[in-house]
Design a protein around this ligand. Structure first.
Ligand SMILES: O=c1ccn([C@@H]2O[C@H](COP(=O)(O)O)[C@@H](O)[C@H]2O)c(=O)[nH]1
Length: 235
């Protein structure tokens, strides 16, 4: 399924200015990328901003990482589905009951339901930070553990780093979708990301979708960087 998807890049639109974000989006085509709206833009500009992107024809990943009691999360993913988004996510650490209820809430939307995926271990975290949380596992072990829970709950895939992609594909199968932030073209600044990989290596490792924000949006010529990345992936 997603491994043959030629639109692998999901651009993280982390702008604090809606006008600037829309000016950038208008230089893009829904045939060359998908868009991700996260907590900053959703908090600033709300569902209307998401609807504008959907109305422009883009597949939108609503990256709000829901984490709450099952009933609340089920209602939140229902609200996301009503916006017409392509993908939505929850935190796997919310537990199997929460993930199952979220998945069940999307049944009434049939083939119009967004893909539902779960965040495992944030790509900004390393082993030291996991230890600070009382988790005595490597990021790989914890990602695999949470990804298995997400699969058991019937979710479509997970958010992980590309460094875990090969392991997850071998353990959970090729149909389980892997969405990987922490993508950094060679030579670009890692910023706050800890578990990073280049676009080409990420795809070779099994990533289905690459979430890329600052390396594109903060470039002098963002469209040229996107084109270069797509070309490097053979898309
Ligand atoms: O584990 C995660 C989950 C989500 N993100 C989000 O992806 C983008 C990454 O942006 P960059 O500028 O390319 O670092 C951002 O919106 C995060 O909220 C993540 O990085 N890691």
């Amino acid at each position: 399924m997603s491994s043959v998807d030629s639109k692998k890049v999901l651009i993280a639109l982390d702008y604090d200015d809606q006008g600037k974000a829309l000016a950038f989006v208008k230089q893009l085509s829904p045939s060359t990328c998908r868009l991700k709206v996260g907590k900053e833009m959703f908090t600033l500009f709300g569902p209307d901003f998401v609807k504008q992107l959907v109305d422009l024809g883009f597949d939108v990943f609503l990256d709000l990482k829901f984490h709450d009691i099952p009933n609340t999360v089920a209602k939140a993913v229902t609200a996301a589905a009503k916006l017409g988004v392509w993908m939505v996510n929850v935190h796997a650490s919310g537990g199997v009951a929460m993930m199952e209820k979220a998945k069940a809430a999307l049944t009434p939307f049939g083939d119009k339901a967004p893909l539902l995926i779960a965040v495992t271990v944030l790509t900004s975290m390393d082993e030291i930070q996991l230890k600070q949380l009382g988790i005595d596992k490597s990021p790989q072990e914890q990602v695999l553990y949470l990804a298995k829970l997400a699969q058991q709950a019937g979710l479509d895939g997970v958010v992980c780093s590309a460094q875990e992609a090969q392991l997850l594909k071998s353990q959970l199968g090729s149909e389980f979708t892997l969405v990987t932030p922490g993508i950094r073209p060679a030579g670009s600044d890692a910023g706050d990301q800890k578990r990073i990989m280049t676009p080409e290596r990420a795809v070779a490792s099994g990533s289905d979708y690459l979430v890329i924000g600052r390396p594109i949006t903060q470039a002098a010529d963002p469209v040229a960087v996107l084109t270069e990345i797509n070309e490097s992936l053979g898309d």
